[in-house]
Design a protein around this ligand. Structure first.
Ligand code: AMP
Ligand code: GLY
Length: 424
């Protein structure tokens, strides 16, 4: 069968790489993909937003399964269009993707269905929001309701900071329609964890957990980014906590969406805070996480395509996982997450051991066939190991051999697992 992956980042490269290994699959297509994926997928020059052209391509080429990577096309209703055309697609319809598209919707759903999350209130009026803020005090979290390319969440340490964020969002319309509404949310303390599941209606098949590193610099300092690295498993968080999160968060959320007439098909991603009162939801996403996917899929021994087809076919597949750890480090272009440099030549990738995984995101090939940076996160390099420590050492050992002017990466990916005692 032929499989189509929609998107162009590291997550989609990892999906193509994994799907390509399936004995069921004859050909993998990526639309639009990136130059770094060409070893595992055929590129299709159609943008994620070109719904009719994508549907036509899938019909003409008899695509048996389409996986949609990013949230934007899901929120634009791409999965709806594929389903209307009778195509098999793994990704939620617009109405179900609202769990990611509107934080107010997600919070109201959680409140109504008793899913543990931070206390909150939703505002459209600046003065009302300010009154609530004075009542609650700081620290407090200000969130734009809609998608704001990862910039819509302000963890405010002071009331003044929260007020400034409210002003920007509600009065100055910094994110346009996306910040016409804001959520003011209780600040939660604890350890963060990413837990994804394959979902079809009420059926929930959890994947192995991972931890992302969202801040730009070592020690979780500096500005928020799309993610500077990830690792899996997360050995210092007890399995009972993960099971509790599946039972109290993922399963109830899938059930709630069915009850609301918005059944979800695809990957439900719960960003969790493990608080002293147990796991609580920070956010839901309606898709595979990036960079979590790049470290979770390499641990999956089962055939992802077969697993997804079984999920869609009212079966309940079990997924086999390796005990091995995977640590993935993002190399980003100079300036990221601000305006970043482009065009720097990346050398040394082809000299790495084939056991090392390189998932491309912000790279392209120049006329000499060399990889160059195109801005933002360039690539993620992932290594395996029997422990987080050995996987981490291997990943950094390889990264030191990659040469690219101006590129930077965090040197401490996985540190939270390592500062706690790890018994393999
Ligand atoms: P998001 O853009 O929704 O992924 O949020 C970015 C980051 O803000 C999260 O990864 C958390 O570290 C932090 N955050 C969001 N909501 C809360 C909260 N209620 N309490 C503490 N931290 C939060
Ligand atoms: N790693 C966070 C996300 O995919 O949104």
């Amino acid at each position: 069968m032929k499989v189509l992956i929609i998107g162009r980042g590291g997550r989609e490269h990892a999906l193509c790489w994994k799907v390509k290994q399936s004995p069921l699959v004859s050909e993998v297509f990526a639309a639009p993909g990136n130059d770094g994926m060409e070893d595992v997928a055929a590129r299709v020059p159609i943008q994620e937003s070109e719904q009719e052209t994508l549907v036509q391509f899938a019909l003409e080429n008899e695509i048996a399964l389409t996986i949609i990577g990013p949230e934007a096309p899901l929120l634009e209703g791409l999965a709806d269009r594929f389903r209307q055309a009778g195509l098999t697609v793994f990704g939620p319809n617009r109405a179900a993707a609202e769990i990611e598209g509107s934080k107010a919707f997600a919070k109201d759903l959680m409140r109504k269905h008793g899913i543990p999350t931070a206390e909150y209130a939703v505002f459209e009026d600046y003065e009302e929001a300010r009154t609530y803020l004075q009542e609650k005090g700081a620290p407090i979290v200000v969130k734009a309701d809609g998608p704001a390319s990862g910039k819509g969440v302000i963890v405010a340490q002071t009331i003044a900071e929260a007020e400034a964020a409210l002003r920007e969002m509600l009065l100055e319309h910094r994110f346009g329609e996306a910040s016409a509404k804001v959520v003011l949310e209780e600040f939660m303390e604890g350890e963060e964890l990413s837990l994804m599941a394959l979902v079809h209606g009420e059926k929930v098949i959890p994947l192995e957990p991972a931890q992302d590193h969202k801040r730009a610099y070592d020690g979780d300092r500096g500005p928020n980014t799309g993610g500077m690295g990830a690792y899996s498993p997360v050995p210092h968080i007890p399995i009972t906590i993960i099971e509790q999160a599946v039972e109290t968060i993922l399963k109830p959320c899938a059930r709630a969406l069915v009850q609301e007439g918005r059944p979800f098909t695809g990957v439900l991603y719960a960003g969790l805070m493990i608080t002293k009162d147990g796991p609580k939801v920070v956010e839901f996403n309606a898709r595979f996480g990036d960079p979590e996917t790049q470290v979770v899929l390499p641990r999956m021994e089962s055939d992802l395509v077969e697993v997804i087809l079984r999920v869609l076919d009212e079966q309940r597949p079990t997924i086999n996982w390796t005990e091995e750890a995977v640590v993935g480090v993002v190399a980003a272009a100079e300036g990221y997450p601000g305006k970043s440099e482009t065009g720097a030549v990346i050398q040394g990738l082809d000299e790495l051991s084939p056991a090392v995984l390189v998932f491309h995101a912000g790279t392209a090939k120049n006329q000499q066939g060399q990889f160059v940076t195109t801005g933002g996160r360039a690539f993620l390099l992932a290594s395996r190991g029997t422990t987080i420590q050995t996987a981490k050492d291997a990943a950094y050992g390889c990264l030191e051999r990659v040469r690219c002017p101006g590129i930077y990466y965090r040197t401490d990916i996985g540190y939270r697992a390592l500062k706690n005692r790890f018994v393999p």
